[in-house]
Design a protein around this ligand. Structure first.
Ligand SMILES: CSCC[C@@H](NC(=O)CCC(=O)O)C(=O)O
Ligand SMILES: [Mg+2]
Length: 367
């Protein structure tokens, strides 16, 4: 395909409630959407970078800049572009995986729409729904946490993940176990701890957690393998797994017994598929992480999570977990599951009136 042009649109949606993690508080989701027009067909991609470089080094305005000045023009020069070519064409630009992933998703969406093929069919998955987990932020009090988790369990979520940080770890887990018993429960530290905190992780070993997500810093892959020998709870890496190479290193070092796959973080859905294959052949369970995606990318994550190695519920919750009104038809939790889309394309198309309501800026690059 030849790209006629790329639209870069920044949107801001209010969150239904503040989302508090070890690295900050979010009350709204500002995201960059990519619309590529290729051979007359529109394809949509969602850039999952946060507005600030606090989850990873990427951030919305940085992604906008690198796409507008470098990545977009490189793709516009290509006369026979496919989603599989996006990575190689952009390889000379170092890093910026989240920005690259958004572009690859838009090209893959256009490609699949042209072929009238669903992403599920492209993946070869047969499941029509995937189990849904939910991520719960740090709450003002233990009582608030118990109330929030009780509400999500009542909605049918099959797995609870809570954010932790020093000073908010043992007590919350202890309270949830006391209140709800042996529910599927995991924690996510977002790199808030060091090996000096090993006693906390050893105490968490007593609570039968499914996993502890990214306890140490993103480039602490070797130290995670040291920690893995000191605790019994499986370590799941998120921020550290930026590519299939990083996944291979983490698996070889036994730094990760479980992997959280986020297509945006690793450079796109094609790299996410490669990590799935690699983990599956190494018998490492994976699950699909979330970046507060709008409905544009939420269904793509559901399809990805239908692959056989995704054996743990992902952070693929209903749209209403974060948004009162999504920019697409919402994804709805049904008996604890999210449906896998079967329509052509990888993205769910935005509702244009709603999209305009939440648009902060838009710019066009290309002819
Ligand atoms: C704004 S925090 C985004 C990263 C975080 N994501 C979640 O906790 C899941 C959010 C979601 O359900 O989309 C993680 O580190 O796993
Ligand atoms: Mg995480």
């Amino acid at each position: 395909m030849r790209i006629d042009g790329i639209e870069l649109r920044v949107v801001t949606l209010p969150l239904v409630s503040p989302f508090v993690t070890s690295f900050g508080t979010q009350t709204e989701r500002t995201a960059l959407l990519v619309r590529a027009v290729a051979d007359g067909v529109e394809g949509w991609g969602e850039c999952v970078a946060l507005p600030e470089p606090v989850y990873s080094s990427e951030y919305v305005v940085g992604a906008l800049d690198v796409i507008e000045r470098f990545l977009g023009p490189a793709l516009l020069k290509e006369s026979d572009l496919t989603a599989g070519r996006v990575g190689p064409v952009l390889h000379s630009f170092v890093g910026h995986r989240i920005a690259k992933a958004a572009l690859e998703m838009a090209i893959l969406d256009a490609q699949l729409r042209s072929a009238e093929q669903s992403f599920a069919d492209y993946l070869g998955v047969t499941k029509d729904r995937v189990p849904s987990g939910v991520s719960v932020g740090i709450q003002p009090s233990i009582a608030d946490l118990v109330t929030a988790v009780g509400g999500y369990l009542d909605e049918g979520y099959q797995r609870i993940k809570i954010k932790i940080k020093p000073g908010w770890d043992i007590e919350p887990v202890k309270a949830l176990r006391a209140e709800f018993g042996e529910i599927p429960l995991q924690v996510d530290a977002n790199s808030a701890y060091t090996l000096d905190d090993v006693a906390i992780f050893q105490e968490l070993d007593d609570y039968g957690l499914l996993l502890i997500e990214q306890p140490l810093y993103e480039d602490d892959i070797r130290l995670h393998s040291v920690l893995a020998r000191m605790i019994s709870t499986p370590i799941c890496l998120d921020e550290s797994i930026v590519s299939a190479r990083a996944a291979a290193d983490a698996i070889a070092l036994n730094a990760a017994q479980i992997i959280n796959i986020k297509p945006g973080r690793v450079g796109g859905y094609l790299e996410a598929m490669r990590i799935h294959e690699l983990a599956y052949s190494a018998s490492i369970p994976v699950w699909c992480g979330g970046m507060l995606e709008t409905g544009i990318a939420r269904g793509a994550n559901a399809a990805l999570a239908a692959l056989p190695g995704f054996t743990l519920p992902g952070d693929i919750s209903g749209s209403d977990r974060f948004y009162r009104e999504d920019i697409t038809e919402p994804f709805v939790l049904e008996d604890g599951f999210i449906r896998v889309p079967t329509v052509p394309g990888i993205a769910r198309l935005p509702i244009m009136d709603r999209l305009e309501e939440v648009t902060v800026s838009t710019r066009w690059i290309g002819s």
